[in-house]
Design a protein around this ligand. Sequence first.
Ligand SMILES: [Ca+2]
Length: 248
Amino acid sequence: MKLRSSLFCSLMVLVKLCCCLEVGAQEDPSQISRTSCANWMSGSPGVPGHNGLPGRDGRDGKDGEKGEKGDEGKAGPKGDTGSLGAPGPAGHQGLPGIAGLPGEKGESASIYRSAFSVGLTTRVPHPNVPIKFTKIFYNEQNHYDATTGKFRPTVSGVYYFAYHITVYVADVKVSLYKNDKAVVITYDQYQKNNVDQASGSVLLHMEAGDEVWLQVYGEEENNGIYADNVNDSTFMGFLLYPDLDNRH
Ligand SMILES: [Ca+2]
């Protein structure tokens, strides 16, 4: 055993020696004796050296591949209100509506009533003044004033007036006045030993406040107006129809 080990050791020395000779033939011949022989005669490995300084930064890498599409972002804040647009075209006409309920009952027509009918109770002695008919047949609205002999309605409209005068002893010329103006004039000559009649009628438009009356026209010799128990002289008038503007 000991012999085998010595033989192996001698073989290894021979191999190493051949190696040194081969290397020395390729390198500097002056180094062969010291370096080559020193290598194969080296001792135990030395202590590892200190870490070197960090190297310089490397070059920038190439751009990477495009990434996947990200998630959708959140909605932004609400914008300001826009200006008003132009009006659209007119729509179609609608259907007729339902008929309304009946209205309330209107005012009574009584406020549009106006009528009078009067007569003489005595002879009229004075000409050129309104004849005062003091015998009242009808004067419901009191539009006729027996103290003045004048009719003064409160409703404007068209009125009918008539008079029937008994003529006795003297001629009669009588006139229907409206506001100090003679509108109708009637003349009747008295015939002796007889009783005559003088009549007249007219339609007049009256405003509220207008006045109408009868009056002897002319001098006193035309004042033959007469009345007694069996002979009347009458004067009358009534509203034929009122003006529409009475309805307020
Ligand atoms: Ca006559």
